[in-house]
Write a protein that binds this ligand. Structure first.
Ligand SMILES: Cc1cc2nc3c(=O)[nH]c(=O)nc-3n(C[C@H](O)[C@H](O)[C@H](O)COP(=O)(O)O)c2cc1C
Length: 383
């Protein structure tokens, strides 16, 4: 059945049929009007590629580096909360698929499987994403746990100290584990395979938090928990503090403005991710792909720039790389794969993207991803 999925949109349709509504909607939603969520995808389609012919297309290479780590293609799996609710043990399965595919996996603070769980079930060091909370003791402890698990990079998320409202989550009464109301019971009853797989695992709540953070209120409600725990006073001084405490490679996630990008260079971080959190935070902000060129110009070659939000195909990856991204991160594409078919679904997602990227690069007349630049773009007047 997974072989029938030819595109990320196919995986999305399959996931919709297998994942209970509240969790599918959690992935497939943006903040408020979803203007930015929609723009993230739509703006990629406005960028055109140059078709070139009669050039040698043999021996193509997609392998490159992200923050000095070799990757088989310039793609990383973005940190996503509740990943283990798209499929039982979701973070472990996605990390294993990423490892086999030779691309980085980044575990979210708000994951269902814990740092230790993922470390015990993978061989290669993964990356860890940090949300900074008011309880600094808990944050120090999280950083120590990521170090103990041998995580190779820390991704500090900057654009979610306050949660953007997502109407679907509120209407669905999203929680992990799901509540036992008739509405939720019906959503589960209509997804028996998901329930069966969930019944076989003990991982049903936020593994990095339960049993580690003190004074945890209603953890099952992400909205109220974020409000209670996340620190809205987060500042550049905290970036310096985290950098020192972590001591390893640091990536800042959620930069959308050239001024913030310039500030990031001074922070000493190793890379930034141009991101609007997949359109889940500031509705009305520009798409990440539209923001990318201005940020690349602002930082020059002083820092590595990555991007995420809206990547749905190999063509999108190539366009982002052409505009200066050293790598792209994918959220929903791999979540749809996970929901559609667990580890094999994530592998399918990565195979689809790799194949599209490879053929598209060839049709643009290029053989090496490391040599891609704006030369492959069709700068049609008026676009
Ligand atoms: C369901 C879901 C959960 C997410 N959870 C987190 C998270 O816990 N931490 C974080 O930094 N970003 C989180 N993000 C944002 C992603 O890391 C990434 O920025 C975004 O998904 C990229 O957009 P895309 O989904 O269009 O690829 C989440 C995104 C989704 C879709």
């Amino acid at each position: 059945m997974l072989e029938n999925a030819l595109t990320i949109a196919d995986l999305k349709r399959m996931a919709r049929r297998r994942v209970p509504k509240m969790f599918f909607d959690y992935a497939d939603s943006g903040a408020w009007t979803e203007q930015t969520y929609n723009a993230n995808e739509a703006d990629f389609a406005k960028i055109l590629l140059r078709q070139r012919v009669l050039v040698d297309m043999t021996n193509r290479n997609l392998a490159t580096e992200m923050i000095g780590e070799p990757v088989s293609m310039p793609v990383a799996l973005a940190p996503t909360g509740f990943c283990g609710m798209q499929h039982a043990d979701g973070e472990i399965l996605a990390a294993q698929a990423a490892e086999a595919a030779g691309v980085p996996f980044c575990l979210s603070t708000m994951s269902i499987c814990s740092i230790e769980d993922v470390a015990a079930n993978t061989k290669k060091p993964f990356w860890f994403q940090l949300y900074v909370m008011r309880d600094r003791g808990f944050i120090e402890n999280l950083i120590d746990r990521a170090k103990a698990a041998n995580c190779a990079a820390l991704v500090m998320t900057l654009d979610l100290q306050i949660l953007g409202q997502r109407h679907k989550d509120l209407r669905n009464g999203l929680s992990a584990p799901p509540k036992w109301t008739p509405k939720h019971a019906w959503q589960l009853a209509t997804r028996p395979l998901w329930c069966l797989q969930m019944a076989r695992t003990k991982r049903h709540s936020f593994g990095n938090i339960v049993g580690h953070a003190s004074n945890v209120g209603d953890l099952s409600s992400l909205a109220s928990w974020t409000k209670e725990q996340f620190d809205p006073r987060l500042s550049w001084d905290d970036v310096a503090w985290i950098k020192e405490k972590w001591g390893g490679k640091l990536i800042l996630k959620g930069i959308l403005d050239p001024d913030d990008a310039r500030r990031s260079v001074d922070s000493g971080a190793d890379a930034i991710i141009v991101s609007n959190h997949g359109g889940r935070q500031l509705d009305g902000a520009r798409s990440s792909i539209a923001a990318l060129p201005g940020i690349v110009e602002a930082v020059g070659d002083r820092m590595e720039v990555h991007m995420d939000s809206g990547v749905r195909s190999g063509q999108d990856i190539l366009k982002a790389v052409a505009l200066g991204a050293k790598g792209v991160w994918i959220g929903r594409p791999f979540l749809y794969g996970l929901g559609a078919g667990g580890k094999a679904g994530v592998t399918r997602c990565l195979d689809i993207l790799r194949n599209e990227l490879d053929i598209t690069m060839a049709l643009c007349g290029k053989r090496d991803i490391r040599e891609i630049d704006t030369d492959i773009l069709d700068r049609q007047p008026g676009l």
